[in-house]
Design a protein around this ligand. Structure first.
Ligand code: MN
Length: 721
């Protein structure tokens, strides 16, 4: 059993002039009343309140709160009364003990009505004194640590309640250290087999991990020595629950999880954080897209730290978090880190509590909403703001990021289920694919063989797994269509010369041509033609009759068919996006100087032997051309196709900007054909994008979307190449 002295020493280490008398008095009171009582494990009962007190001392709580921990079970489980406590310890302590006692009486049996009322009581208790809930969290943590002694059914019930209620509350209060341990312990009982398997895999590698952690720690310490930074370097294997969440989310096996080890470097000031970052990037190469600067841009809950992921020794991916000691305390202890030492007592004002958490809002709701069930709904939404848990029909729990839909759920079950998902039953009610999962839903997916992913699906899938599977399917489907189209176009072109694809494949002519021009495969060639990246005539010229191309350059006629004749037929067959008055079927080319898009006013100029060049009607170069070669042209709505356009985006110069931008544009379903970043003076960057769009309106809306992205300063159309 932990000795009182250990707790007192701990308290003195952070609060040298704290009043330890109240703790000694609480110890005497508690040990007297709990005398002779035992826990299920056979241990003396008093060990439990002392351990709870010890956890709170670890959080550096004030002495009153720690005294409450020592006393928290006396009124409920012994002869002691609230009156006894009030006369010996005063009103505040008595009120807190009363609060914890009432929480303990909560009935968490499955009936939703009862549960809802319990939640409500819990929040009311918090409203009175936030410290009550911190004691309750520590109490729950110690109970979870000693849960083994309980019967199986009780283990499950308590673990579920811990995972669904206490861990999210710890998260809301920012007490990450308690949250993490509560989740891991609940995980252990809720998914016994999975946990055991994962645990044994981690344990089997533990000696290796430890040696590795030592090595990295030493290398970091060595690298920092020349700079003279006082740094504390800690390494750890990530928590099983977070490893498992990642395996679930990304559908990975344990072997495929690459970032099992995480490091923290704690320094004294902000300047040193960036110094350490530089030193670490000098040691190992960083994954620049995984770098996060939460010091410059703190998270909504106030979290500050630098996160970088590097390729460490032996090629392992390791995450390093760099922060000051103060930032660290805040990150680990959350609300408990804000306790201030005041007039010999540690305390936190209610308005300070509200400032750091969303708790105030919850308290408001608790007072305003009379119906317990309704309140439970509100509370659940808030507690699970970042994650929702839902159930399979078999009762298995699955976790998703907030905003995930039935489609994400379907892909999480199996990629084939996702691929053919046509709807779902949620709590026995039919819903659509874009239904957003709510905490506690039971989901059954309905599949249909003729159902396939469509572009729309990208709009309501949220998880990376679903998105990548859908994109993969769409790409493959599109590629097949392009290949089919390319094959047809090529074959038509060849037939005009009494050749056929079949014949060329048979006598290996195509193969030889491909080799010569380094085209990987006929399929790739067909696709290029189908996508319009390569004109069939060009293929014909390059691969079948190179002399035709040479002839075109000299504007001479080849054989019986003139090139302009060939092009004319092409234009007729392939369909031009532009209609020319009085000259049907002419080949049209878009001027590179102004790159007009469908919807913009255009004008055509006849060129010798190369059809008609189409300019913007306002293009300076076009205005300089002789008027007698001008022809009126207009867009053919039926035949617009895709057009290349260039835009210039000026952004703040962040290392990730180009990647973020291309990702955002990809999400808007626009293809980028080229991207280029340049740094300008004054900490700005210019990014040039070449995109493929249908018309001017699509480009305009794309530009509007881009201009709304974070970090974008301006967006403009780029006319000259
Ligand atoms: Mn207890």
């Amino acid at each position: 059993m932990i000795r009182l002295d250990e707790i007192l020493e701990k308290v003195q280490s952070y609060a040298p002039d704290a009043d330890l008398g109240i703790l000694r008095k609480a110890w005497v009171f508690g040990s007297k009343y709990h005398q002779g009582q035992q826990r299920k494990s056979g241990e003396p009962y008093f060990a439990h309140p002392l351990e709870v007190a010890n956890i709170l001392a670890g959080l550096r709580m004030d002495t009153e709160t720690i005294a409450v921990a020592i006393l928290h079970d006396t009124v409920e489980d012994t002869e002691a009364t609230g009156q006894d406590i009030q006369s010996q310890f005063g009103t505040d302590v008595a009120a807190m003990v009363d609060g914890v006692t009432k929480l303990k009486k909560l009935d968490f049996r499955t009936a939703e009505e009862a549960q809802a009322e319990s939640f409500r009581k819990l929040v009311f208790a918090m409203a009175k004194d936030i410290r009550v809930i911190v004691v309750k969290l520590a109490d729950r943590l110690h109970n979870m640590r000693t849960l083994d002694a309980m019967p199986a059914a009780k283990k499950l019930r308590i673990s579920r309640e811990t995972m669904e209620l206490y861990a999210p509350i710890a998260n809301r209060l920012g007490i990450v250290s308690i949250q993490g341990e509560l989740q891991d312990l609940s995980f252990k009982y809720l998914h016994e087999d999975v946990y055991a398997q994962l645990n044994s895999e981690v344990e089997a590698r533990r000696p290796y991990f430890e040696a590795y952690i030592d090595r990295v720690r030493n290398e970091i310490v060595e690298a920092l020595r020349p700079y003279g930074f006082e740094a504390e370097v800690k390494g750890r294997v990530k928590r099983l629950w977070s490893i498992w969440l990642k395996m679930q989310d990304k559908q990975l096996t344990f072997e495929e999880v690459h970032d099992l080890i995480a490091f923290r470097v704690l320094v004294d000031d902000v300047g040193a954080c960036y110094g350490v970052l530089g030193a670490i990037h000098g040691l190992w190469s960083p994954h620049s897209e995984l770098f996060k600067d939460y010091i410059a841009q703190p998270k909504a809950n106030g979290y500050r730290s630098l996160h970088t992921t590097v390729v460490g020794p032996e090629g392992h991916r390791i995450e390093v978090q760099i922060r000051t000691q103060d930032m660290h305390r805040l990150a680990e202890f959350g609300i408990a880190a804000h306790w201030k030492y005041k007039e010999g007592k540690l305390a936190l004002k209610p308005e300070e509590i509200a400032q750091y958490t969303k708790i105030r809002q919850l308290l408001q709701w608790a007072e305003d909403i009379e119906d317990s069930r309704e309140f439970l709904d509100v509370l659940k939404v808030d507690l699970y703001a970042d994650q929702v848990h839902v159930y399979t029909p078999a009762g298995d729990i699955r976790w998703f990021p907030a905003g995930a839909t039935t489609l994400d759920f379907a892909y999480a079950i199996h990629s084939e289920v996702g691929q053919h998902c046509s709807g779902a039953r949620v709590n026995d009610r039919m819903v659509k694919l874009n239904y957003q999962l709510r905490a506690g839903d039971t989901i059954e997916i309905i599949t249909r063989n003729d159902q396939h992913p469509t572009k729309d699906w990208l709009k309501f899938a949220v998880t990376s797994r679903a998105l990548s599977k859908i994109r993969h399917f769409l790409r493959r489907e599109e590629n097949n269509r392009a290949m089919e189209m390319g094959r047809t176009l090529l074959d038509q072109e060849l037939r005009k010369h009494r050749l056929s694809l079949k014949g060329l494949l048979k006598d290996d002519g195509l193969r030889r041509a491909l080799d010569e021009f380094h085209h990987p495969s006929p399929d790739q060639l067909y696709a290029d033609v189908g996508y319009g990246r390569l004109a069939p005539t060009k293929v014909l010229a390059l691969y079948v009759a190179p002399e035709m191309l040479a002839a075109e350059e000299e504007e001479e006629e080849v054989g019986t068919m003139s090139l302009s004749g060939l092009f004319r037929r092409m234009a007729r067959r392939g369909g031009s996006p532009v209609r020319i008055h009085g000259m049907d079927g002419m080949l049209t080319v878009f001027a590179k100087c102004c790159r007009p898009l469908p919807g913009e006013p255009i004008i055509g100029f006849i060129t010798r032997g190369r059809g008609i060049t189409v300019h913007m009607s306002t293009c300076r170069q076009a205005l300089a051309l002789p008027a007698e070669r001008r022809v009126d042209v207009e867009w053919d709505r039926q035949n617009s196709g895709n057009h290349a356009a260039r835009i210039s985006v000026v952004t703040v110069d962040r290392p990730m900007m180009l990647a973020e931008l291309t990702r955002a544009v990809g999400k808007m379903n626009v293809n980028i054909t080229k991207a280029e970043a340049r740094t300008q003076r004054g900490e700005k960057a210019q990014i040039l994008l070449e995109v493929s769009v249908h018309d001017a309106r699509q480009l305009q809306s794309l530009m509007n979307d881009i201009s709304r992205l974070k970090g974008v300063v301006s967006v403009s159309r780029e006319r000259t190449p």
